[in-house]
Ligand binder design. Sequence first.
Ligand code: ARG
Length: 572
Amino acid sequence: MDLEKLLTDRLAPAFAAVAGVPVDPVVRRSQRADFQSDAALALARRLGRPPRAIATEVLERAEVGDLCAAAEVSGPGFINLTVAERTLGGLVSALATDPRLGVPASAAPETVVVDYSSPNVAKEMHVGHLRSTVIGDAAARLLEWLGHRVVRANHLGDWGTPFGMLIEHLVDLGEAEATQELSMGDLDSFYQAARAKFDTDEAFRERSRLRVVALQGGDEGTRRLWRLLVEQSERYFLTVYDLLDVTLTGRDFQGESSYNDLLAPVVAELDGLGLLRESDGAACVFPPGSVGRDGEPLPLIVRKSDGGYGYPATDLAAIRHRTGELGATRLLYVVGLPQQRHFEMVYAVAEQAGWLAPPARAEHVGFGSILGPDGRMLRSRAGGSVKLVGLLEEAVARATALTRSRNPELGEAEAAEVGRAVGIGAIKYADLSSDRHRDYVLDWERMLSLDGNTAPYLQYAYSRIRSIFRRAGVAARPDAGISLAEPAERALAFELVGFGAVVAQVERSLEFHHLAAYLHRLATAFSAFYERCPVLRAEEPVRESRLVLCDLTARVLRQGLHLLGIRTPERM
Ligand code: ARG
């Protein structure tokens, strides 16, 4: 139970009695005391009474004596609360014996589909896919830890008209050569070469067109070549996931093609519901509320004029499958913000069709772009899109070099291991610690720095605590009495008991920068504590108490970073 909530539960009835209506006391951390509530100020006008009088009466009625060492009215009518050492110590002790660190499993577990990563076959993953993969994996880890049933859906782009030209290019190259190129991860050059022929060679274009028809018609030979393309790309994506240390596996691919047989029935069902309208030969739905800049209603095209189905129809079929077959009630789409309109329209149509009805709901977990140091979209030196693996390898190389220079005592293998954890951790953390709705600048120096809100700073804090226990040769005793006489001990304890509230917030918002900011505050509070409060040199019983604070900090840091998909090496 977190303190804000405990105090809120005590103040709320008193406020309600004074005001005659329910009042949220808005208890928050405070500079003046441990916590404060300013609700009396907001009530003053409504009640026509001075705020100090309201606050005083609230405190007379509120039962906080067992939790607080002091509860006072200050200034114009703030209520200042100082938590009793016994209360805080009790919460810390409860945390020390709780394997879940104050984060209860969800009381209402549900099936959640996390649609993430979702790159396209025979195309390089770009940095947008990196963000989706990193954010989506954190969402999957966090929701799973809270007890939800998580279905990872890697909505691979494995269907559509480009496959005609891709297959023809494969035929031109020969299977062996093409397989070789794709398995090396040369997806972009494969795609570009196909594209170049398609744009300049009339005969190739015609072959490609016929190939699409054969593919859609289920021609066996064509299917086999298509599968080859898909398999090679999947294999390559799995190596990226492995390097990136994400939980996606080969079983999580749910390519667009897997919905092919559902597309005609989905459109037929929309037709049966009377939702279809013809526009320029295409079958469309005009969801209420979707209007363009000019105020004209915007259509969602569910069947193109050539009879083919596209991205929107596939997403509708996927929603119907996810709620209907998988029984999911929370559908997450971790996709860049440029696709916001697409998802709004798809959700609106799915609601109209009854495929997305309460308690089921869909959320677009959107995100901005990654910018280069110049503040523009990240580009390679040649001006093309940046190859994701290149980026990851650079992160690992930089971090490994830094690790070697910072800690020459580590052996080769351990330095490589640490370099990988730090490099990949830095990339993920840079992403997760910024507000996902915004763009962020990829800045190597900053994200690999040992100071500031970075993965290496947190990983270092963790390894430093582990080294205390290595030196001490003992473990913390979870049942030790907790003493919090020093302000730095109190400050650290307040952060420790706040983990549960932050995780609960992120469960709803999927804004991981709140979790990152919390972990950074925790590590900073630890560092201030460690500077002022000797641990191993302290007298008993304080030494035991401080070891518990150290151990809890390490456990919360490790768990928090684990939720973000970041490793915590024992030594750095
Ligand atoms: N493959 C798409 C892209 O690269 C992303 C797919 C996102 N998921 C979805 N259900 N539409 O843009």
